[in-house]
Design a protein. Structure first.
Length: 400
């Protein structure tokens, strides 16, 4: 963090806090910014107009800009009746999501409202978000575009609407229980009680931090308030297709946080390995190769395919403590041991336990699959503390 500026009258100052904090509690507004110099003055102006004096407020900008956004904020803050802090990060760890977590950690109030800096999220809704949370005794209040009274007016173009809708559907399908009661898990506008956040548990990669909070922190009670998503006030969108892919990876990472879910995905990826295996077998036997060496070679194609997908989709965060050759070698060894082990296991089940050939084969398949999964977890991708720290430090920035 290279730059940190605070305007006098800090909310964190006990004298100020003690004198002012009353119902419905104070609020820290966290705004991530990346080159929003044309928007931040108007944003602060609208927050000033919206937040009543009985609701003590501070604004924390977490800024990764390469333009003069921090300077514009500091200048505009002079006219604000509340404290404004700019945390400028030289190293934008975790991109937009990382910035929001940084802001949440810096917040000192009972309530934290997260909103964009481009005025697509109307500041006039801040008191309602906090008030609703207090009245409902909720831990999280989501500003939703998808409940009665809300709309996505400012989401430009059919393509963006379709992407947003598709991402919402996919996310809700993957987390039906944890996202119950949240119609708009893609919303970047929400209020959360500071006591409901476990900032240390959050692994901020890319954007969509609400999803991360809802799934990992699991606030007790969740409620929603409708809002109309506005047009960008000025400047350019930073959302990119690359960001969309990062989101999908993040979604998979969240979904496979438990070993059972990881084993299911491991199995699904394994099943897709039949495709290159069969194609390889077909191509090799076509060249006249005997089917035994062809089968062995084609099987390696399936192993390579599985290795690639597992590396990129399942164990992306757990690769760093071993180099590529080490991981590939161990993975191939386990995959081939699986094949070698299957035949004696089937024989054992048939002769020692009197099982039928079919059930013995099925049980051998399941046994070797579980062994391969456990072996892969433990011998190829066992996370080391050092490795995971390194990964989070080098998380890519959202926009260059
Ligand atoms: N600190 C930080 N803020 C970011 C980063 N990327 C985007 N932001 C901010 O996050 C907010 C949302 O980004 P937008 O570019 O508006 O993305 P969006 O709202 O999904 O896309 P649009 O609908 O096209 O505006 C804005 O306030 C951006 O300035 C980043 O890498 N770091
Ligand atoms: Mg925006």
């Amino acid at each position: 963090m290279s730059q940190e500026s605070t305007v006098p009258g800090e909310l964190g100052d006990p004298a100020v806090r003690g004198a002012e904090i009353a119902e419905p509690g104070a609020v820290t507004i966290v705004v991530p910014t990346f080159n929003e110099s044309a928007n931040v003055r108007e944003l602060l102006h609208r927050i000033t107009e919206s937040v009543p004096t009985r609701l003590p407020c501070e604004v924390v900008f977490v800024d990764d800009s390469t333009d003069d956004t921090p300077e514009v904020i500091s200048e505009a803050a002079q006219d604000c009746p509340f404290p404004v802090t700019v945390l400028h990060r030289e190293e934008p760890v975790g991109g937009l999501g990382g910035a929001v977590v940084e802001g949440i950690k810096a917040a000192t109030s009972d309530w934290i409202v997260v909103m964009d800096g481009d005025l697509q999220h109307p500041p006039s809704l801040v008191p309602e978000l906090v008030g609703t949370g207090e009245r409902a005794n909720a831990g999280l209040v989501v500003a939703s575009r998808y409940i009665k009274g809300g709309s996505r007016e400012g989401l430009a173009g059919g393509y963006r609407i379709a992407v947003s809708r598709g991402a919402t559907w996919l996310t809700k399908t993957l987390f039906p229980r944890k996202l119950r009661g949240i119609s708009d898990p893609m919303s970047g506008f929400f209020a959360i009680r500071r006591s409901a956040v476990t900032a240390e548990a959050l692994k901020p990669l890319g954007y969509k931090i609400l999803l991360e909070l809802a799934v990992r922190s699991r606030p007790r009670q969740v409620t929603e308030v409708p809002f109309v998503f506005q047009d960008r006030f000025a400047g350019e969108s930073k959302s990119t297709a690359q960001e969309g892919f990062r989101f999908l990876r993040h979604l998979l990472g969240l979904r496979t946080a438990s070993p059972v879910a990881r084993m299911v995905v491991f199995g699904l990826i394994g099943a897709t390995g039949f495709i290159p295996n069969l194609v390889g077998l077909w191509a090799l036997t076509k060249t006249g190769m005997h089917y035994v060496p062809a089968e062995i070679l084609a099987n390696q194609l399936g192993v390579a395919w599985n290795f690639y997908l597992i590396e990129h989709l399942l164990f992306r965060d757990r690769r760093r403590h071993r180099n590529w050759w080490d991981r590939a070698g161990r993975f191939a060894l386990l995959a081939n041991a699986d094949l070698v082990l299957r035949i004696p296991l089937i024989a054992l089940f048939i002769h020692k336990f009197g099982m039928g050939a079919l059930s013995a084969t099925a049980l051998a398949l399941i046994t070797t699959f579980v062994l391969r999964f456990v072996g892969t977890e433990a011998l190829v991708y066992l996370p080391s503390r050092k490795g995971s720290r390194k990964e989070s430090r080098t998380a890519p920035r959202r926009a260059e």
